[in-house]
Write a protein that binds this ligand. Structure first.
Ligand code: CUA
Length: 265
């Protein structure tokens, strides 16, 4: 069979193109280390995130020596938590879902990018090396505040990084002579136990408690102060654990009007 020289040339060129296409696709998917966003996670009811173990409390937790998990909720028009703080030299797996409509979670200047679909959980593992700050933007039009929907990922140095969460709660008012109880919840989201001191300052009083909190554990502490030693009036209080503080104000009064709605304890 006689094939015309030009026809041969075209055949060879077409073959080369096909090989070229396959080579670029292979290079893009294997050599660059690009992976698809995982969709193997269990689905979640967007209206019931508050009852979901993964998303009831958007957070970062440690799961291995240099491994962390970040549970992120996107909603009109913000990301939670914000900023998302992770340490340098870490592998962070992001689990992202939406509380309402379709958003995206895109780290500016990187190839970390996923659609965030209500009901679905997008999973991506990202390797962070040096301390840096990344913007997080939403690439899917999600409503009038879409252009304002942004967050931040802070990659911080080992020294700066900690996963302690503090929350303190006290009464708004108490009657003179009653005790003032301030409940302190300290959570350690690292794997290693931490030894620290919880401090309550109120009026001229300073109360401290040395504590050890095991990895992944939450510690409840209650400080009690006699309101008589503080005297009548408004008293600001502050609870401190390492670099974290929480504060409030309690009013000590002689005769609290009893309007039936107040719970003084
Ligand atoms: Cu969220 Cu656009």
């Amino acid at each position: 069979m006689n094939i015309h020289a030009y026809e041969k040339l075209w055949l060879v060129a077409a073959m080369l193109l096909i090989v070229g296409f396959i080579a670029t696709i292979t290079y893009g998917s294997v050599a660059l280390g690009i992976t698809m966003v995982g969709d193997q996670q269990d689905t979640v009811e967007p209206t019931e995130l508050a009852d979901d173990d993964r998303f009831d409390d958007p957070r970062v937790e440690q799961v291995g020596e240099n491994e962390y998990e970040a549970y992120v909720v996107a909603q009109t028009f913000s990301f939670q938590p914000n900023p998302i703080e992770v340490p340098e030299d870490s592998d962070v797996t992001f689990y992202v879902t939406s509380r309402d409509v379709i958003h995206s979670f895109s780290l500016v200047g990187t190839n970390v990018n996923t659609m965030v679909i209500p009901g679905e959980v997008a999973e991506m593992t990202v390797e962070f090396d040096d301390p840096a700050e990344y913007g997080v933007v939403c690439n899917e039009y999600c409503g009038p505040g879409h252009h304002d929907m942004e967050g931040e990922v802070h990659v911080v140095s080992e020294d700066e990084f900690d996963l302690t969460e503090l929350e303190a709660d006290g009464p708004d008012e108490v009657e003179t002579g009653d005790e003032i109880s301030v409940d302190v919840t300290t959570e350690n989201r690292q794997l290693e136990a931490i030894e620290t001191t919880i401090t309550l300052e109120i009026g001229d009083e300073t109360l401290t408690e040395d504590v050890t909190i095991e990895g992944g554990e939450t510690l409840e502490t209650t400080f009690t102060v006699d309101s008589a030693t503080l005297g009548e009036g408004d008293h600001d209080w502050t609870v401190t654990v390492d670099d974290h503080t929480d504060s409030g104000t309690v009013t000590v009064a002689d005769d609290l009007e009893d309007d039936g709605g107040d719970d003084d304890e």
